[in-house]
Each structure stands twice: as structure tokens, then as C-alpha cells.
Design a binder for this molecule. Structure first.
Ligand SMILES: Cc1cc2nc3c(=O)[nH]c(=O)nc-3n(C[C@H](O)[C@H](O)[C@H](O)COP(=O)(O)OP(=O)(O)OC[C@H]3O[C@@H](n4cnc5c(N)ncnc54)[C@H](O)[C@@H]3O)c2cc1C
Length: 472
């Protein structure tokens, strides 16, 4: 077999892979990135990204002690203390390092969350809009930096297996130019973006019917890295959780309805019901949590968001690409009726149950005004901490059929603070690292805490590169 060697081989040319390779090359190493995509602008999640660098939806360069606490709280302690510390302390460093690479940021809105957004930002319009936008520019900038430093990005190289000797990872076999080829290195970094596009893995870990979800992503993450790492004994964590948003069900057939607008602001102000007209999840936990709950249903296409005029005209208008008016503009299904019986009939919901659900929900809200959590008679709690529950009282009433949109899987290969892959007993698999959405244990937990896809990728990429450079 044809063999090539380098100091490190990176599997995947998204932000995680290109940050790792560049930082390693900057520190004097010979870095090669294997990328399965063969197009000049191969697709991946980084190419499609909205571009906001944040931690737990807060500004990424805030006081690390505050961010550390926030990561632990958001993930209910699921993220280990040392990894939370790595993330909290790594944000400012990442931004500074990227700026040094020529990456430009801008503030996209007055919100603290939007302080560090890749420039140029996407236009405020529905549907995909990536060409010439922040993620696309970032990838092209980092690739050209890598080439200047003597590194290589090999397109059309699909990693298939890891090479190991005496328990140590020493290379990768990839399919390239119609043949299997071996790349030997002192370290291999898995940065393949997760497993959201692998139907078998999705069915095993995330949803009984993944085909009834919307792939809200670049369509390139098949879990190859996780599978390969497991053959070398790597532990995996947090793989039943994902980052995503709830979308209009019409996003399955209408490309103007994904990745934006999403329905989170409607969902978190109103209620989500199944076809029986009954609530089944706490909407107050946020859009990511609801997207996971929808995916977890026996039929992920059996969920509807119900709200009233006050919600439609209020929270419905929140966000850069708001549900109101974009659902109307893009002709998404939006049922509207002056009474709940008619609404239920239009939306195919059980009318008696829907009326009872809304009556008990409204009663619980008015009896417990001002409290953080109420539990209506249906027994499903409703949190009002970050997202205030609003009663459904003012006609016209609305219903939107939903689909769960998956952006990336939160779980994957367990790593330490140097991004080294670990076995179940906590020991290190020498020579094997993971970065970005391929990692596990940095997000998720019981309440599906979202920490941040771009931050996670960049910070773990820098950590991997610096450790490899130190070792080599
Ligand atoms: C629409 C959208 C909006 C988003 N907005 C934000 C945001 O505003 N803020 C935020 O923090 N996050 C956001 N994210 C998430 C963020 O973009 C991702 O978490 C991040 O880009 C992941 O980077 P990555 O390098 O791990 O994976 P990717 O960018 O997906 O890169 C992985 C690469 O690995 C390659 N690959 C896969 N398998 C193989 C193989 N076997 N061999 C070789 N190559 C392989 C793929 O082709 C791909 O190029 C968004 C994502 C999307 C889709």
C-alpha cells in the first residue's frame, strides 16, 4: 500500500481540523488534513455555520470563572470540571488566535451573545446562505494559512481505519484516488464532525425514526471517527443528545425553511402537543431540548406547536430571521382559527384534549403567576426561567406542524484537557486525539445543555495541536 508520513494527520477539514493543523504547523510540525469532500468548497457544518462564537449563549470572552460556572450549570455537571475549565479559559485565547490567522469578526446585534460573529455574516433571510459568508471565508483562510506553513489538505480522502501498534495510534488508512492509502504519523486527530448523518447510529442512539427528522447540517458527518476510535478502545459519552432546533415540518420539502427560520421562540412561549392534543415536554427548557424531545417520540412527525395572537405578534417576531413573518413569506403551513375546535380540526389534533390541555395550562399559569416552574394538571412541568410561559387566550389561535432539525450530535469520543482520546478506564490512547463535534463529554447532560459548537471545535483543536507539538 502507498504510504505517506507526517507529524500529525487530521481527519476532517472543518474548523476543528483546520485549527488543529494550523496551530501544529505554526509550532513547527508537518500537518496533513484528510478531507473526504472533493469539491473546492467541500460542504461541512463549518461551511454552513451561523458563525457566532459563544459559550452557553453568553459572550465567549467573559470572565473565565463565570463561564466555568455557567458550563457546569448549563450541563448539570455532566461536563467534567477540568474540561469545563478548558472551555471557559479557552474562549478568549481562541478568538485572539483566529484574529492572528486573519479571521475577521463583527458584532451582529446589540445582544451580548452576538459580539463575536464571523464576518461577513449571513444575510437576514430564510434558507441556506453560505457562499462568501463567515464559515466559508474562515475555511478558505485557514486552508491558505496551512499551505503557506507547508501543510497539506488532501481532498477526496475518506478515512476508513486507524493504524495501531502496541496500543498506540500511528496512522490512518483512507480511500483516495480509487485506492486505499496509508498515512503514518506520530499523532492522529479525529475531527470528522459527529455522526448525525449516519442512519444506523442515529437510530441506535438518538431517535427511533431518524428519517423523520430534518438534517439541518452540511450532510457530511457519518460517525467514521467515533467508529474507528472505538476499535482502539476509545470511550464514548453523551451520544444520545444533539444540538438542533425545531423547524416547520415543511422544511422537509421546502429549502427556504431551513436552517432558518426556526420555531424556538414560538415553542418556548406557547405549547407543544402530540396528535392527541396533549403536552409531553417542558417547552421552557428551550428549543434545543424540545428538538431532542420531538426526535425521541415514537413518531417524530407527530408534533405541533400551538400559540395565540399575543405570542405570534410578540416572541414570534424575535430573532434575526424570525418565524413571524418568514413562515408566511415562505408559505409554511400555519393554521389559524378563531376558536380551538376549528384549529384542532385543521391541524388534525384531538379537539377535546387540546381544549383541556390549554385550559389546565392557562389555569396553572394564572394560579402560579411569577413562579419559576408550574406543573399543570397534565403533570408536565413548565419552566419559566429563561423563556416565559404565556397563556394561550387571545384569538386567533395558531398551530404549526413541526419537525426536529438536527445540526450536530453533542456526544462522541471522550477526551482529556489535551484532547487525547481516553479508554473507559480513563487511560490515554497514545497518539489518538479528537476535536470538535467528534468529541463527547463537553456538552449535553440531563437537560441537554448547549455549550457551543464553534467554541468547542476551536478550543479542542488548539489543545490537541499544542499537546502534540509538545510531545513531538
Ligand atoms: C446552519 C448551522 C448554523 C450553525 N451556527 C452556529 C453558531 O452560530 N455558533 C456555533 O457555535 N455553532 C454553530 N453551528 C455548529 C458549528 O458550525 C459546528 O459545531 C462546527 O462547525 C463543527 O466543526 P467540526 O470541524 O467539528 O465539523 P465540520 O465542520 O462538520 O467538519 C468535519 C469535516 O470532516 C469531514 N469528514 C467526515 N468524515 C470524514 C472521513 N471519514 N474522512 C475524512 N474527512 C471526513 C467532513 O467532510 C467535514 O468536512 C452551526 C451549524 C450549522 C449547520
Amino acid at each position: 500500500m502507498n504510504t505517506t508520513s507526517a507529524d500529525l494527520i487530521v481527519i476532517g477539514g472543518g474548523i476543528a481540523g483546520l485549527v488543529t493543523a494550523n496551530r501544529a504547523a505554526q509550532l513547527g510540525l508537518k500537518a496533513t488534513v484528510l478531507e473526504q469532500g472533493s469539491a473546492e468548497k467541500y460542504l461541512c457544518n463549518t461551511r454552513y455555520t451561523g458563525g457566532t462564537f459563544h459559550l452557553c449563549l453568553r459572550e465567549i470572552t467573559l470572565d473565565p470563572e463565570l463561564l466555568h460556572k455557567l458550563i457546569l450549570e448549563t450541563t448539570d455537571g455532566f461536563v467534567k470540571d477540568d474540561l469545563a475549565r478548558l472551555m471557559a479559559h479557552g474562549g478568549a485565547k481562541l478568538i485572539q488566535w483566529l484574529q492572528g490567522e486573519g479571521i475577521k469578526f463583527m458584532r451582529a446585534s446589540a445582544s451580548e451573545y452576538h459580539k463575536w460573529v464571523l464576518a461577513p455574516p449571513g444575510r437576514s433571510r430564510p434558507g441556506l446562505d453560505w457562499e462568501g459568508r463567515g464559515g466559508d471565508v474562515l475555511l478558505r483562510t485557514l486552508e491558505s494559512q496551512l499551505v503557506k506553513r507547508g501543510g497539506t489538505l488532501v481532498r477526496g480522502a475518506k478515512a476508513q481505519s486507524l493504524v495501531s501498534e502496541n496500543g498506540k495510534c500511528v496512522g490512518v488508512v483512507a480511500h483516495h484516488d480509487g485506492a486505499a492509502r496509508e498515512w503514518r504519523a506520530r499523532a492522529v486527530v479525529v475531527a470528522d464532525g459527529g455522526f448525525q448523518c449516519n442512519p444506523e447510529m442515529m437510530e441506535k442512539y438518538v431517535s427511533k425514526q431518524p428519517s423523520r427528522m430534518k438534517q439541518r447540517n452540511g450532510g457530511t458527518a457519518f460517525g467514521d471517527g467515533m467508529r474507528m476510535a472505538q476499535t482502539l478502545g476509545a470511550a464514548i459519552a453523551g451520544i444520545d443528545r444533539f444540538y438542533g432546533h425545531v423547524l416547520s415540518r415543511d422544511a422537509l420539502t421546502n429549502d427556504m425553511l431551513w436552517p432558518y427560520p426556526y420555531l424556538d421562540s414560538l415553542v418556548t412561549a406557547g405549547i407543544v402537543v402530540d396528535q392527541d392534543g396533549k403536552r409531553y415536554t417542558d417547552e421552557g427548557r428551550g428549543g434545543v431540548s424540545v428538538a431532542n424531545a420531538v426526535a425521541g417520540l415514537d413518531d417524530p412527525l407527530s408534533s405541533t406547536c400551538v400559540f395565540d395572537q399575543t405570542i405570534w405578534e410578540g416572541p414570534g417576531r424575535n430573532g434575526l430571521i424570525a418565524a413571524n413573518p418568514h413562515l408566511l413569506k415562505e408559505k409554511a403551513t400555519l393554521y389559524e382559527a378563531s376558536d380551538l375546535d376549528t384549529l384542532a380540526t385543521q391541524a388534525g389534533l384531538n379537539a377535546a384534549n387540546l381544549k383541556s390541555t390549554i385550559a389546565t395550562y392557562n389555569a396553572a399559569l394564572s394560579a402560579n403567576a411569577g413562579t419559576t416552574t408550574v406543573t399543570p394538571a397534565d403533570g408536565i412541568p413548565r419552566l419559566s426561567k429563561k423563556y416565559k410561559a404565556m397563556p394561550i387566550v387571545k384569538a386567533p389561535y395558531y398551530a404549526v406542524p413541526m419537525v426536529s432539525g438536527i445540526t450536530y450530535t453533542m456526544g462522541g469520543i471522550v477526551i482529556n484537557t489535551h484532547a487525547q482520546a481516553l479508554r473507559k478506564d480513563g487511560s490515554v490512547i497514545e497518539g489518538l486525539y479528537a476535536a470538535g463535534a467528534a468529541t463527547g463529554g463537553l456538552e449535553g447532560g440531563p437537560q441537554i445543555g448547549y455549550v457551543g459548537g464553534l467554541a468547542k471545535s476551536g478550543i479542542t483543536g488548539l489543545a490537541a495541536a499544542e499537546h502534540i507539538a509538545q510531545r513531538v
